[in-house]
Ligand binder design. Sequence first.
Ligand code: AGP
Length: 606
Amino acid sequence: MCGIVGHLGPMGSVDIVLEGLKRLEYRGYDSSGVSFINENGIINTFKKEGKLENLVQLLEDKDTASMISIGHTRWATHGGVNDTNSHPHSIENLSMVHNGIIENADILREGLIKEGYTFKSETDSEVFLIMVHSLMKSMPLGEAILKGFSQISGNSAFVFIHGEEKEIYAIRKSAPLVCGTHSANSHALVSSDAYALVGVADRIYFPEDNVLCHLSGKNKELISFYDTDGRPSKRYTSKVQSTQIDPSDKGDYEHFMLKEINEQSGLVRSLCQYYFEGDGSTFLNDIGKLRPSKFHISACGTAYYAGLVVKNFIEGINRIPCSTELASEFRYRNPIVNDGEVGLFISQSGETADTLACQEECVKLGVKTLSLVNVEGSSLYRGCDHNLLIRAGMEIGVASTKAFTQMGLTGRLLSFALNEKYTDKEARRELAAKVSLLADRMDEVLGRESEIKAIAEEIYNKKGYFFTGRNIYFPIALEGALKLKEIAYVHAEGYASGELKHGPIALIDEEMVNIAIVGPELKDKTVSNIQEIKARKGIIVSIGPEDDKNLKKMSDYFIGLNFDGLEELSPLYVNLVNQLLSYYMAKFKGTDIDKPRNLAKSVTVE
Ligand code: AGP
């Protein structure tokens, strides 16, 4: 999705904005641009199709000295990928960037053309710029933005700079927008992602929808907020932000994705500690008091597959029914949601448009809403009645790894909290010990990277891949296939082991690979499914109990695991093998693993 960064403060504003845009590259984009006000109050705008590096090169011989600038990385929605459609869009001494979609842009554009305006780009974004320019003929910029904003429909965030005023205005509706300040150093910033403000701002602000954010060096606080009536607004929250962390450091890893895969065992341990012994225990307590008759779980992509894992925990342990649906389907199918049921939304970013729409749907239907979310202060976090943070830390790799594991484990802790045994110290100790065992087993798998890499090297160039698994491993087959698709750009499907014979087995030949998850449960049935594939010359990579000699013998490649003691947590253990397998297959294919083509880290549009 599009990335927005705005800054005002000491000289060097353009460098700060470019650094912020670099931090947002992981979100996926296809062009970038920057506008800055020079010392004569003139706005200069430079923008370029392609990677951010193209913009940096364009600026190399330019005088970019400025104290106020805005920048943008565009993920094309309306209008093709080219320099003209890139943001910022400017007219005279006004410049603007946009993230989101203006659903009524065409009709608004017609009215502005009748007023005598012409448009340079094909974008919907430019319509809002021209609208505000037109409104400024009869009112100040801030009022013009509020008035114009009330006339557009769709989810959007806009950031403006104005040459004369030398100030920044920003506003959002159901699109990510955060502000930041470092009052000691006189910096004020705005972005679509708090991650861009790390290292510059020491306080982060989270404005609600339709709140006008005004960043100004003339204001001691550097930032003020206004409601649609123009009065000062209280509709924002803020928190202190450490300026120390530098998450842009990959450490010894070649890719963020590999770094994040390796962080998982430590994150698993600390998550359990947080909710059992730390500050999180109060949240778990509160949510444990919810006694829903049913959960409606909705999410997208990897988060949806994590939702299937969570469903298995809650239905298996608490015997509470869970309907788990793709958010893009749930939101439009007039779902049957009754009193006493709870909407459960799972999201790493907390900004996924389809998931947010499901949360809004459940609020309209009058039920309580609960999120498993990674980004505190995100739209989903602020919209839900209750939240359980998955505490995965910043996930930079577009292909989600550690967030999946943390979503699943947070779901397991939720199911524990819903259980009457929640206060039973022995039950709590037992679960904590199982989680610690999971972390230990994950460390063991992480120590076998070279073994998994060697298998990846053997199979990365085949025609297609079936990930299969039964029961609690079926979601892991689905997630494994998505990971491989996302980063290796190969066709892969996740299937229930027992389902291949109902058609897909027609695809099996010596160029097709079956990555078969064979858990201790239902092993014999799963092995017979593998035999059906082997009989048709499919290549078998099995992930199963390390002491199963028969399975090893019948497999072309075998990754033996120790499932003992993990029980319901073992899907999260097996998933780590799939993450490493996909990572190394992608590495052999030479793809852009952290920023795969066509993908965005957070899909904030439908
Ligand atoms: C996961 O690898 C993908 N990048 C994608 O499917 C992602 O899980 C999905 O877009 C949901 O994102 P969210 O967790 O931020 O809501």
